[in-house]
Write a protein that binds this ligand. Structure first.
Ligand SMILES: [Zn+2]
Length: 249
């Protein structure tokens, strides 16, 4: 009887050690992986650009863009249309989890200069409510891309966000041609640029697959809009319009 109990005790001890070993090894592997989380290091003295995508999410295209950004440890900014969130929730979650920046582009892609202040705020609130439910209840969207790039004084006087335009327009939505999109960027890109694309078209995904490695090879860091302005020491203010973060030396 005593022997049996001893055996049982040894078995229990061994099981506990076994479980502890598993826990310990998984903790160590988390600790080992941890440094990779700091892959987002940005060197302010080196050139940087912001890739921005409007009108998504659209899984078939956005996921490919997310893949290449992930592969190269880069982050972009997605100006999302609120009424697309529920159609592509997994892609939206991935954008958030990969630490890309999310910006407003209205709930139903309306010209922001054509609606009242309260109607516009309602558009932002509807989008933000969905984002809080889907990704994080503390999410705080900081920037807006005006639909069609349309702004005016009235809009500027009541909008509670900085408005982000662009310095390089790839016109990807118009020609839907991979090489043209790539070439538009290659011929114009410089430190502080904001590049406009749309994550709705397959050629734009293809262009991104070429542009990300190209830009990195050229020495650019691919950062979000908030990072770009922060590292260039430019404060974003509500009601103001920004086309780039190019600093004159
Ligand atoms: Zn748009």
């Amino acid at each position: 009887m005593v022997m049996k109990m001893k055996k049982k005790a040894i078995c229990i001890c061994l099981s506990i050690i076994f479980v502890l070993c598993i826990i310990f090894s998984s903790v160590t592997s988390i600790l080992v992986v941890q440094p990779d989380i700091n892959m987002n290091f940005v060197d302010p003295s080196k050139p940087m650009v912001a890739l921005t995508y409007d009108d998504g999410p659209y899984s078939a295209v956005t996921d490919r863009i997310l893949d290449v950004l992930q592969e190269y440890n880069s982050r972009a900014t997605f100006f999302i249309v609120g009424d697309r969130i529920e159609k592509h929730p997994e892609t939206l979650k991935r954008m958030y989890e990969q630490q890309h920046e999310l910006g407003h582009h209205t709930y139903s892609h309306i010209d922001m200069t054509s609606v009242s202040a309260s109607e516009l705020q309602n558009q932002f609130d509807k989008t933000e409510k969905l984002l809080k439910e889907l990704v994080n209840e503390n999410i705080n969207i900081k920037i807006v891309r005006p639909v069609f790039g349309n702004t005016n004084k009235t809009l500027a006087s009541h909008i509670n966000y900085p408005m982000i335009l662009w310095s390089i327009d790839t016109l990807d939505w118009s020609h839907k041609n991979t090489s043209r999109t790539v070439e538009e960027v290659k011929k114009e890109v410089s430190d502080g640029d904001i590049i406009l694309m749309h994550d709705l078209f397959e050629p734009t995904a293809k262009a991104t697959e070429q542009l990300v490695p190209y830009l990195i090879e050229q020495g650019y860091q691919i950062v979000t809009i908030s990072e770009l302005f922060m590292y260039k020491n430019i404060k974003l203010e509500n009601g103001m319009t920004y086309r780039d973060a190019i600093v004159d030396n």
